[in-house]
Write a protein that binds this ligand. Sequence first.
Ligand SMILES: [Mg+2]
Length: 177
Amino acid sequence: MLGNQPQKPVIPDLGMLRRTRLRSLPIHKIGHPRRVPFITFTNYIMELKEYQTIIEKTAVYPKEIGLAYCALGLTGEAGEVAEKIKKLYRDDQSLANNIRLGHIFEANKKAYSEFRENVKKEVGDVIWYCTALANELGLTLEEILQANYDKLIKRRETGTLHGSGDDREEVKRFETS
Ligand SMILES: [Mg+2]
């Protein structure tokens, strides 16, 4: 009977996903220069470079204004994320408080689920623009994540994780010299 058969995973028809065993996911190797898992489906892994290629194909805007388009779009979508959070605090302070305190099991499940889905969509839009911006500049997401990861590790080592600004290591060096 068809009804008793396990459902096949729904795979996006993008024609570029490679079949990989889920258990081979090297989650602990995020930041590895040659293999960065990103989006997982039941039996599929999309790597960052594949995601970048897809974004390139869905980036429909005048190329001559690409940089400005991506930067403004990114800011707009980041604003939409903030808007969702603002409305949560305005309309449902009880849920906001439960989320803040980590009491999600006490939260209104439906409202919490809807809120998460809405934020997920907007964060996805932010990631789209981040990726399109990276494409505009010929940067790979892998090198961006690697550089950010390296920076955080360095800051942890120098005890400057809680500071602010990009030059905080220099400031610390100055202060201690
Ligand atoms: Mg949006």
